[in-house]
Design a protein around this ligand. Structure first.
Ligand code: SAM
Length: 217
């Protein structure tokens, strides 16, 4: 069940080469994708497809993001060893484990109680020591702020103010922003206490960020 075989490692190497061809350049990100056994984050029925560059259902109407999207967001974050990273939308825990390959200080928050419990058990079994929380991640985790990097893995209608406030000066937020159908990836850097700069990048399609600073349910 938790086996990571020679065949899986071969499929991961092929996935890494596919991501390289699609434009991912950061070798640390590619190494992380080549290390984390993505098939262990899937329900049994979807496991044979785990190394396709596609999003898949993980239950509760949610998805594990496409590997290209995971690599693209992680590359934009430019996580340095030792930095404190907050992920909004733990989902399967896969992105969280990719981040753990880059820094040991990963905080992740999931809104859906069922997914939260399932993924907390999964990461314990896999001995991946992330700090996991259940709640409305659109409000961030003020009790653990500030963060060097914040990554949102669900589509938001706007930049959530609580997340901007929880960035340390010099830190950055990567978040898809748009309507229910498509979003543009946005990278915001906190230049000073009061100043933020922003880059608007490629188009993506995410499940909605729910909650007080996201979409109302
Ligand atoms: N990063 C995940 C992974 O690696 O499997 C995929 C995330 S999935 C595309 C988006 C996740 O965001 C879903 O699990 C959803 O329940 C969660 N979500 C939506 N709104 C949220 C909120 N306000 N706070 C925390 N999680 C939220």
């Amino acid at each position: 069940m938790h086996a990571d075989t020679y065949r899986h490692r071969g499929l991961r190497r092929a996935l890494v080469e596919e991501l390289r061809r699609k434009g991912i350049r950061d070798e640390r990100v590619l190494t992380a994708i080549g290390t984390v056994p993505r098939h262990l984050f899937f329900e049994a029925a979807f496991q044979p497809h785990a190394y396709q560059d596609k999003a898949f259902p993980i239950g509760e109407g949610q998805t594990i993001s496409q590997p290209y999207t995971v690599a693209y967001q992680t590359e934009l974050l430019q996580v340095q060893p030792g930095e404190r990273v907050l992920e909004i939308g733990t989902g399967s825990g896969y992105q969280c484990c990719v981040l753990l390959e880059l820094t040991p200080h990963v905080f992740s928050i999931e809104y859906n109680q069922v997914l939260f419990e399932r993924t907390a058990r999964r990461l314990a079994t896999l001995h991946r020591p992330a700090h996991l929380f259940c709640g409305d991640g659109s409000l961030g985790l003020p009790q653990h702020a500030p963060f060097d990097k914040i990554l949102v893995t669900a589509g938001s209608p706007a930049l959530p103010r609580p997340l901007l406030r929880q960035l340390r000066v010099g830190g950055s937020l990567v978040i898809p922003v748009g309507d229910e159908h498509t979003q543009r990836m946005v990278r915001v850097v906190r230049e000073s206490e009061e100043e933020f700069s922003r880059q608007v990048l490629e188009e993506f399609r995410f499940v909605p960020l729910l909650g007080q600073a996201g979409w109302k349910e």
